[in-house]
Design a protein around this ligand. Structure first.
Ligand code: FO1
Length: 318
């Protein structure tokens, strides 16, 4: 069994490579839910859906999220209420784009949650419906919400920072509201303790992997088997391949480099895989107490993702 701690796009790409190397049924993905947002009475789970859609081969390949071949009729029709929604109301929100087919996923999830099903159960149903063989586990079924301090504006929700502001504003702080009292979803701690290898996928260390590590019990379970936990750096030559990870690291006082990532993960991961562009920094990664493996980590397509998955597994089985 291989367990992968996963955020959104980078993790989803990595997983498409991993399932070419090992049978999907041997993979469990523990997915971040702190990006989740309740909108239009629906519980939207961006990272769970991005992983599910990507593994199902249904994701919009340009965006990395949402469904390919999507239509936007409902969003267009919702615009007509923008003029009457009172200040502060989210009911006519269209800056967070929910496609017509994507909405079906949110309708199903909201309906099942309203019937009393827990998020892990509903996630398994959605994965089964989409033909996803990897076991998808939310990190928790309890409400955890990433709150981002934005310079000069106070604290905003994650999607407000990431989408509405296009993460083009410096962050002054990040916290995961509710994480202290969140219970790991059923199977999460067992998936960490029982796996042959645990992989921390190339996701944003602060807002994608950070919340998962914050769920009580997860950090300890990883630390207990640190030697067979391997992380893949999402930072290559000081930059993030997608999203604000590099800027967030710097804005929050970490070095935006493989060394900064190594220091963040040193307590829970014994090995860090860095891109060939960062081969020269391997010594500093090792000085941070983390074994360093150099391999191509930029995944343009499934072949490179599979090669990275192989290198990651080899790094631990050394
Ligand atoms: N990202 C955007 O940049 N713009 C959007 O309108 C948007 C809508 C959206 C809807 C559903 C979903 O599952 C993801 C969506 N995302 C959108 C991506 C999302 O903000 C990110 O995937 C994660 O939250 C960060 O990993």
């Amino acid at each position: 069994m291989i367990t992968v701690l996963a955020g959104g796009v980078g993790a989803a790409r990595y997983l498409t490579g991993l399932v070419r190397v090992v049978p999907p049924g041997e993979v469990t993905a523990i997915v971040n839910t702190a990006d989740d947002v309740t909108l239009h009475g629906l519980r939207v789970c961006p990272d769970l859906d991005t992983v599910a859609y990507t593994l199902a081969g249904l994701v919009n390949p340009e965006a990395g999220w949402g469904l390919a071949g999507e239509s936007w009729t409902v969003m267009g029709a919702l615009e007509r209420f923008a003029g009457v929604a009172p200040p502060g109301s989210q009911a006519a929100t269209t800056w967070f784009r929910l496609g017509d087919r994507d909405l079906a996923t949110h309708l199903y999830r909201a309906g099942r949650l309203a019937e009393g099903a827990d998020l892990a159960t509903v996630t398994a149903e959605i994965a089964r419906a989409l033909g996803v063989g990897v076991r998808l586990l939310p990190m928790t079924g309890d409400p955890v919400e990433t709150r981002v301090g934005v310079a000069g504006e106070g604290e905003v929700g994650f999607q407000d920072y990431f989408v509405r502001r296009r993460h083009a504003v410096p962050v002054t702080g990040v916290r995961f509201a509710g994480v202290e009292s969140a219970r790991p979803a059923a199977g999460v701690l067992e998936a960490v303790a029982g796996a042959g290898v645990v992989v921390i996928a190339p996701s944003n260390p602060i807002v994608s992997i950070g919340p998962i590590l914050g769920v009580p019990g997860v950090r300890d379970a990883l630390r207990a088997r640190r030697r067979s936990v391997v992380a893949v750096s999402p930072i290559v030559a000081g930059a993030a391949l997608k999203g604000p990870a590099d800027r967030m690291l710097a804005e929050l006082g970490h070095e935006p480099s493989v060394v900064g990532v190594a220091r963040l993960y040193a307590e829970v991961a014994g090995t860090l895989v860095v891109d060939t562009a960062d081969a020269g920094r391997a010594g500093e990664v090792e000085a941070a107490g983390v074994a360093c493996v150099v391999a191509p980590t930029v995944m343009h397509g499934p072949d490179e993702a599979a090669a990275l998955a192989r290198a990651t597994l080899a790094a631990v089985r050394r």
